[in-house]
Design a protein around this ligand. Structure first.
Ligand SMILES: [Cu+2]
Length: 120
């Protein structure tokens, strides 16, 4: 027991190293380095901005920093999504894969509107 390097510890080290590499691969696959991430938050029943211009392949992280739930959706061609009920304090990432214009609205608060311009 004394003086000998623990094989178990060495094996554990290998396992941790492998898990780390796997983790890095997963992160890279989910967030390609060339895609940008933008954040738009909601508070006081408004978007933090009325308009945003991004590049195709970018992602917008919608953060509900409000005290009420929202239901963001888009019916724009090529950009259809519906987040359903988004509780306060939660966030959802939406990818915008192709160029065009998307109008993001809230089903609960009809005055909320965000125009997303996606450049090629
Ligand atoms: Cu809302």
């Amino acid at each position: 027991m004394s003086g000998r390097p623990s094989r178990q510890a060495a094996r554990r080290g290998m396992r941790e190293a492998r898990a780390c590499v796997l983790g890095m691969l997963t992160v890279t696959a989910t967030w390609p380095c060339f895609a940008g991430e933008h954040t738009v938050s909601q508070s006081e029943k408004q978007f933090s901005q009325e308009q945003i211009t991004i590049k195709a392949g970018d992602t917008i992280l919608f953060k509900n920093e409000d005290s009420v739930a929202h239901n963001l959706f888009s019916r724009s061609d090529g950009f259809k999504f519906n987040l359903k009920k988004q509780e306060p304090g939660t966030e959802n990432a939406i990818p915008f894969e192709s160029a065009g214009t998307a109008e993001v609205r809230c089903a609960i608060h009809p005055k909320m509107k965000l125009v997303v311009t996606v450049e090629p």
